[in-house]
Design a protein around this ligand. Sequence first.
Ligand SMILES: NCc1[nH]cc(CCC(=O)O)c1CC(=O)O
Length: 314
Amino acid sequence: MRETLRIATRKSPLAMWQAEFVKAELEKAYPELKVELLPMTTKGDKILNVPLAKIGGKGLFTKELEDRMMDGDADIAVHSMKDVPMELPEGFALGAILERHSPTDAFVSNKYAAFEELPQGAILGTSSLRRKAQLMAIRPDLDVRDLRGNVGTRLGKLDAGEYDAIVLATSGLQRLELDERIRHEIAPEVCLPAVTQGTLGIEYFAKDEDVKEIISVLNHEPTEIRTIAERAMNHRLEGGCQVPIGVFAELLDGDRIRIRGLVASLDGSTVIQDQVEGAQSDAHALGTQLGEMLLDQGAKEILQEVYASDLHKG
Ligand SMILES: NCc1[nH]cc(CCC(=O)O)c1CC(=O)O
C-alpha cells in the first residue's frame, strides 16, 4: 500500500475543512498512512463578482484539481457532491461517497427568527436560483438579491446590513462551527434541497486502482444510493446547480426509496413537483423516471426558458 496519499483541495475554509475531515477519516482507518493536503485556487473561486448562474461552466470548481491528479501531483480530490458535474471528465471516477450531513438550507438573520417572520418586501440574499425560486413561490413580495462568496464573506455581508436575511447550506455552516448563526433549518417541504446537498465525495484518477481500494472504506452505502437517485434525476433534466431544480431522496423501511423532485421557473411563479417510490436497487431508474415525469408536466418548457434567459448567456 502507498505510504502517502495527497489530497488536492480548494483553499476556501469550507473546502479546507472538508479535506481535513477526509484526511482525519483516512488516518483513522489507516494509522500507518500519511495524508497530505495540496491547497489550490480554482476558476470558480476567482470569479466572485458575477452571479454563479451566469458563469455556468460545468466543473468550474473541479477542473484544476483534476489537472493536478492527471499530472501525478495529487491522488484524490474531495468535493461537495453538489458541485460535481453529472458527468466526470474521461479518466476520472468517484471512489467514495461519505455519510450525508444535513441536506437542508439554513435561515440566517440578525433581525428575524424565522423565514415566516420576514416583513413585506424584506431583502433576502442567496446565490442559488433554486432557493430564490422556491422561497419566492411562497413569498413573491420578497426582494431576493444575489449573494456570492464563501460562507464567511456571505455572513459578513449580512452583518454589514446589506440583507435582512440570507439562506445558505446548513452543512456548510455546521462544518465551520457556525451553528449558532442558524436561526432555523428550512424544511425540505418548504425548500427542496439541491442535488446531494450536504454530501462529500472523493474523486480519483480511475487507473489508480490502489487509491480506489484505500478510499472505498469511507463509502457510506445508504448515502451512495440516495446520491445515485438524486443525480439520476438531475442528469435526466440536464441540470447543473445553476438551474432551479430541487431533489431529495429518502430511504424507507423494506429497502424502499422515495424521491421528491421539483423544477421552478426563475421567479417561482410556476413550480412543478412530483415524487416516486420504489426499490432501493432501482435508485438510478427511479431518479430518471422522476426526471421524465417532471419534463412531461412542463419542466421542459421551464428549463428551455431558463437556459435561454440572460442568466445563461455568456
Ligand atoms: N454552492 C457552494 C456550495 N457547495 C457546497 C456547499 C455546502 C456544502 C454541501 O452542500 O455539502 C456550498 C455552500 C452553500 O451552498 O451555501
